[in-house]
Write a new protein. Structure first.
Length: 184
């Protein structure tokens, strides 16, 4: 059974920016989280026993004053996971709303030929099923001349595209950074 290669791809700069901001915040939290844990862990290890007793008493009094349920503490401990989940959901919802409700494909009447500025193959070694790949091309949007990233989901289509060659895009005349890229 032969599969027909996909030749049209959606790109939205707002969705990319949301994803990038969430990734940066996520990386910062993943640097801070273990650092704070190890500093607290080792500092408690080297504290004298009499000082440890004072810290335990202060901690138990603080927990008695603050009526914080254990589930809230567990949820806070998993903050990086929740942030990642919310970030993925937010970017997906923004993409769906912008693609299908605010700017439907039928509104995109302007077409232009733009050149491929750069091709980028990203290999993700951390996936459990081996290595996954992202095929990205960079183009300049016709109206704003801003550089946009388009995710080309298939390797065959990615290989057909050459740097400097023109590709067709459908866009709006407004500064909305959404394009539909067509590879022929």
């Amino acid at each position: 059974m032969n599969t027909i290669p996909k030749t049209e791809f959606y790109a939205d700069r707002a969705v990319d920016q949301i994803g990038n901001v969430i990734k940066i915040i996520y990386k910062i939290i993943w640097w801070i989280w273990p650092t704070v844990f190890w500093i607290c862990f080792f500092s408690l290890w080297f504290v004298p026993k009499d000082m440890m007793k004072v810290l335990q008493d202060m901690g138990s009094r603080l927990l008695a004053i603050l009526p914080v349920p254990d589930t809230v503490l567990y949820t806070f401990a998993l903050l990086p996971f929740w942030l990642w989940l919310v970030g993925e959901l937010l970017s997906s919802v923004v993409k769906i709303v912008r693609k299908y409700m605010l700017y439907p494909k039928s509104d995109f009447t302007e077409t232009a030929m733009v050149t491929v500025e750069k091709k980028e193959l990203i290999v993700h070694h951390s996936s459990k099923s081996g290595t996954s790949r992202s095929y990205l091309i960079w183009i300049k949007r016709p109206v704003s001349q801003s550089l946009m990233k388009v995710n080309v989901e298939q390797a065959g289509t990615f290989e057909k595209i050459k740097e400097g060659n023109p590709v067709a895009v459908k866009h709006l005349l407004t500064p909305t950074n959404i394009v539909y890229l067509t590879v022929e």
